[in-house]
Design a protein around this ligand. Sequence first.
Ligand code: HEC
Ligand SMILES: [Cu+2]
Length: 357
Amino acid sequence: MLETTRSEKRGTVACRAAGTLVILAGILLATGLCTASTPNDNPIPNIFEPRSTPADSIYHLSRFILAVSGAIFVVVASLLVFVAVKFRSKSEDAGREPAQVYGSTQIELAWTVIPILIVVVLFLATARVIHNVQDAAEPSTAVGVTAIGHQFWWEFRYPGLGIITANELHIPVSNPSQPRPTFLKLLSADTDHSFWVPQLAGKTDLIPNRVNEMWMEPHRTGVYLGQCAQYCGTQHAKMLLRVSVDTAEDFEVWVRAQRQPGIQQENAIAGKRIFETTACMNCHAVTGTAATGRFGPDLTHLMSRATIASGAAENTPQNLHLWIENPEAFKPGSLMPAMQLSPADLDDLVRYLETLR
Ligand code: HEC
Ligand SMILES: [Cu+2]
């Protein structure tokens, strides 16, 4: 009887050990896959690689807090293991309770005062960073952007520059000698969204009937990815943010191109007519045409964007074709309807969209 329980017990222990090993191996494999070569133009967003002033402050604070809590963990866990091993029950105890000790003023003071001090230090460090990020003054050189969250895409307006675009934000890099941060006003057209590009700044919600603010001051050029971080409906997960941090010159070139009115091309007249005579124009704007809709993205410079539908697909003629034929192919639940156009009209329309540079 005793023998069987013992071998049974040994069996469960072996099973548990094997299970733990499998989980550990899985975690190792997952970290390996995550850290494996990441292409440079689409880096995986990483809170441990800040590239902008507010993200930097948050990163340094989190490292400090991780270090403090790590030290506490090591001290407490070592004491626990030490006590568990040293005072484990022994056969000579014969199931008796150990002596019960009460009331040491010194020890009680120590475990009250030290944690209070630690919490005060963490509080002060956090309050300082919150103050630096939230209350930063907007310099006159700052680029002003109004970001509006929509189901399921982003609208970006540059009121000072007269530009309206979607999903792909362009901002200039900021040199320490000539700081040029970008200050954003965050609005929502429908429900709660959240603007989060981990390498550039903390996370801030976009809430209907409210203006939230945030800023970024990137130190390095490149494309930074982010994501709507607040569940806002079916396609919340396909509400990607792409922020292109450009050199000062590249930013000027981009601004100049965006301010150009759309170019009229003779070979695209047929497609333009379809665009202006179907419901497209009720939802989309193209400057210089009759289309002034604001429900969907501004298409004036559609071809200047690398992706369509908020990063759901690359901006290629085939994908545009597929998107207009059936937006659900990329984004089920998207708020753009399939317009049931004839194949010939669809071809003309895509040819027209391709002229919107
Ligand atoms: C009822 C409003 C509505 C109508 C009508 C409509 N669209 Fe859209 N369109 C949208 C919305 C909303 C989006 C954004 C979808 C998303 O990303 O989730 C969109 C996205 C797009 C995009 C991708 C833009 C980008 O930068 O991501 C293109 C191109 C487009 N529409 C073209 C058209 C064309 C062409 C027509 C007419 C055949 C049309 N749309 C009709 C609402 C509409
Ligand atoms: Cu959203």
